[in-house]
Design a binder for this molecule. Sequence first.
Ligand SMILES: Cc1cc2nc3c(=O)[nH]c(=O)nc-3n(C[C@H](O)[C@H](O)[C@H](O)COP(=O)(O)OP(=O)(O)OC[C@H]3O[C@@H](n4cnc5c(N)ncnc54)[C@H](O)[C@@H]3O)c2cc1C
Length: 580
Amino acid sequence: MALDQIVDGLSEVSCDVLVIGGGTAGPMAALKAKLKNPKANVVLLEKANVKRSGAISMGMDGLNNAVIPGYATPEQYTKEITIANDGIVDQKAVYKYAQNCFEIIEELDSFGIRFLKNENGDYAVKKVHHIGTYVLPMPNGETVKKALYRQLRRARILISNRYMATRLLKSSNGRIAGAISVNTRTAEILVIKAKAVILCMGAAGRLGLPTSGYMFGTYENAANSGDGYAMAYHAGAALANLECYQINPLIKDYNGPACAYVAGPFGAFTANNEGSRFIECDYWSGQMMLEFYNELLSGKGPVFLQLKHLHPDTISEIESTLHKVERPTRGLFQQGRGVDYRNDSIEMHISEIGFCSGHSASGVFVDDNARTTVPGLYAAGDMASVPHNYMLGAFTNGSVAGIDAMEFADNHDFAEFDAADVAMERDRVMAPTKREDGIPPNQVEYKTRRLVNDYLQPPKVTRKYQLGMRRLAEAREDMQERMIARNAHELLRALEVQSIMDCADMAVHASLYREESRWGLYHWRTDFPEKDNENWFCHTLLSKQNGRMTSEKRAVEPYVVPIADDEKDLYDKQRIRATA
Ligand SMILES: Cc1cc2nc3c(=O)[nH]c(=O)nc-3n(C[C@H](O)[C@H](O)[C@H](O)COP(=O)(O)OP(=O)(O)OC[C@H]3O[C@@H](n4cnc5c(N)ncnc54)[C@H](O)[C@@H]3O)c2cc1C
């Protein structure tokens, strides 16, 4: 059989809990669900291969948000994230994360993932955030995936690699009933009936086009094409604060961070072309990104990570982490550019836009039990709405989701779905394979993402957004009428571009709805340049109602940890001011 040849087939399986996405949150959710009820069937479905998939495919340099007794308290952390996220936070979920994450660190430690410790054997946490101390380096962070995978095998989780989920199934009374997926090598359809489903499909990272010009050179794992956001939307779940984009500072032309989080605690800093610091703190927030963006455009750009002033031994130590743990390609990239950290600063730039709660706050709306607004449907990690939750948040909230979802499955039978929904989805999925001639998915994707960059990249201008909406609608028509897939691999790409298009539409809708500016660069609307707490101190929830995209306001839940008036704008004061 020719490689990736399309096979006509449909089969059906069932399980108690279905976890979709085997990156970071997914494996932990599956593991905890199975440990909660070892007799139950837990399936972990992954588009790629769980062994090396997701944002931590290789490993990670450290935990960005570890709340470790002796260094920080859950109250301090909750306060910091509330302020960093301009106050639009349901604190209960953040507080619960902060209370539970230390236990998860100890569990990860017991899996063999080591964290930096001092001579007394205590965790050696570093300060990067504006107020508290939460960054815990991982000197052998490249082993994360392997260690996780061992646990999945040990617990006998059923892993289905190379299956891309495309749509969720629901019963007539709105409960989750399972999901539909496609084999990425054969295009055969697999329907999975499940009592509860957990979405862990990561950020929507292929929304904007990177300035490097490489379609897959995104900051996020490029397999994260926003399928989770699109599936949740089509299932009628609410999505929160999608206008709060993710935009990150990166190494210029390289799809990874310069990593002030690793280098900062050793004395490195973000500087302009005069070698001067211009921001108080390297922790990523919308306001920090706005200052970064302003500096780039001010004539004082480019912006650099500066470390050549450090002792050569310190530089070697930083280098060994940055070039070994998270992204070994980084060393090769710098070598190719002739950049030696001892003599040269590292040129930085800003990333393409995306949705992500890991670094920002845009995600499928969840409560503190990781429940979405659809009964039996859960979400965790970068695609769920708990803000700034990073890798440890994916693990911790994945654990919360796994336990609660198994409880739900233990108390419910399978919900019935309509076979016509499967038939309809099969037609949608296979449509590009039925055409004789047309536009290949990579061209539709390039066009869509170029439109995203041209019209949606902040600063957000209403007129540009209105034009963008029209251009995207035209591109959608081409996609629906003329896109072709000549083999199973192209079919995967064709399905991904449909998720990307849905995300682009949601980005427009959510951005036009919030008529103020908030979160620094993430939602900077030139026509509404001020923060408007009177009218917009609220979440926005976007959902599909009667087939139409709608947005509504949702009040911020009363704070668990109060924020004093003089603390509220601490993250707004990012720019270093000259003092006499
Ligand atoms: C470059 C980079 C550096 C980072 N550095 C740090 C750091 O140093 N410290 C830190 O704490 N955090 C860091 N983070 C953040 C952290 O890695 C993420 O927050 C976390 O890994 C997200 O986990 P997740 O499970 O939500 O998503 P992922 O781990 O990305 O997993 C999503 C999974 O879903 C799969 N998937 C997607 N669509 C489908 C589909 N349709 N069907 C089936 N499967 C699908 C994907 O293949 C993937 O395996 C970094 C992130 C990036 C991108």
